[in-house]
Ligand binder design. Structure first.
Ligand SMILES: Nc1ncnc2c1ncn2[C@@H]1O[C@H](COP(=O)(O)OP(=O)(O)O)[C@@H](O)[C@H]1O
Ligand SMILES: [Mg+2]
Length: 305
């Protein structure tokens, strides 16, 4: 299989591991910076160039698109899809997952557990909006935040109102959720590949914080996810259309609740905590799903130069 990893930095742990896992399995693999891929779109056919040379003929692409380049990265990925490359996570699925509100709407509609979430625009509606949610503590989070930055806990109604006012003043998009206190700062990252949870870890927030992100100083250890947790994680990834996903669950009194579905989940923390060759599982999944490159009917030459 001729494979491309779309990643801004070949030195990142996750990117390196994917390259290594692909080579070990005899695939030809190249890391492409999505911001250096550019394209010609015409009715007669597509053309993609990379740093001055034409690229084509990739059987599959593994996207590792960071939140800061979602828009351009997804346009490049969509172009690969149109040129016949297989991807476990389509551009449409990544865009869906990046938007927490959209993601919650889609998951809730399928009966998947979530913290109760409210969302509104007008300051005149804040009091009623918060009464729809219930009493504090509340968790207020930026709609497109990552790595725990932009997730805040408010213990009093006046604090919720103050934070909401501030965020509105900054024209930020945000959600307000019930706080799941019984989780005691822990969550469960389920790494989904295809129809399976290939690895799971429990992350615990550092003392004095409620956010368990490893980037916020959280610690991780391998755990066995329950049947209900596995089912929730696999279904959540499926609803969003992601073949590879990091599904964050919180253990609540009413069962597993999805906090977030990550379309470019990091490999370092989960491989270190569990010892599972997650990169290998991703490559094997992609090689299984990869179909022969479908040549654009009007594209004269799709060979790599
Ligand atoms: N409703 C909530 N109740 C309790 N803890 C929460 C809630 N939402 C988020 N958290 C904690 O904050 C962390 C970050 O939240 P998350 O929604 O995953 O945002 P991010 O995209 O920044 O990781 C979670 O891993 C969890 O530990
Ligand atoms: Mg998260």
């Amino acid at each position: 299989m001729k494979l491309a990893i779309l990643s801004r930095n070949g030195k990142l742990y996750s990117t390196r591991r994917l390259v290594e896992a692909a080579r070990e399995r005899g695939h030809s693999v190249r890391v492409l910076d999505p911001l250096r891929c550019y394209m010609r779109i015409s009715t007669e056919g597509f053309e993609m160039h990379y740093k001055g040379a034409q690229i084509a003929g990739y059987h599959a692409v593994v996207p590792r698109i960071g939140a800061s380049v979602t828009r351009y990265g997804c346009a490049v990925l969509r172009q690969f899809e149109l040129m016949g490359s297989y991807t476990p996570n389509s551009a449409a699925a990544i865009a869906r997952a990046r938007d927490k509100l959209r993601c919650h709407q889609l998951l809730a509609a399928q009966g998947i557990g979530l913290p109760v979430t409210v969302f509104g625009d007008n300051p005149d509606d804040t009091v009623d909006l918060l009464s729809m949610l219930g009493p504090p503590p509340h968790v207020i989070k930026l709609n497109e935040g990552t790595q725990g930055a932009g997730v805040m806990l408010t213990e009093k109604l006046s604090a919720s109102r103050g934070v909401i006012e501030t965020l509105r003043g900054l024209y930020a998009h945000f959600l307000v959720q019930e706080f799941i206190g019984e989780a005691k700062g822990a969550d469960l990252r389920c790494f989904v590949v295809g129809n399976q949870v290939v690895a799971a870890m429990r992350r615990q927030a550092p003392k004095g914080d409620f956010r368990s992100n490893l980037h916020r100083g959280g610690t991780a250890k391998a755990v066995k996810a329950s049947k209900a947790e596995i089912e929730t994680a696999v279904r959540a990834a499926k609803v969003l259309g992601l073949g590879v996903a990091g599904v964050d669950l919180i253990r609540s009194k009413r069962g597993p609740l999805v906090l977030e579905v990550n379309s470019s989940p990091g490999l370092e923390g989960i491989e270190a905590a569990t010892g599972v060759d997650v990169a290998g599982r991703i490559i094997e999944h992609v090689a299984g799903g990869g179909v022969p490159v479908r040549k654009h009917p009007r594209n004269a030459d799709l060979t790599d130069s």
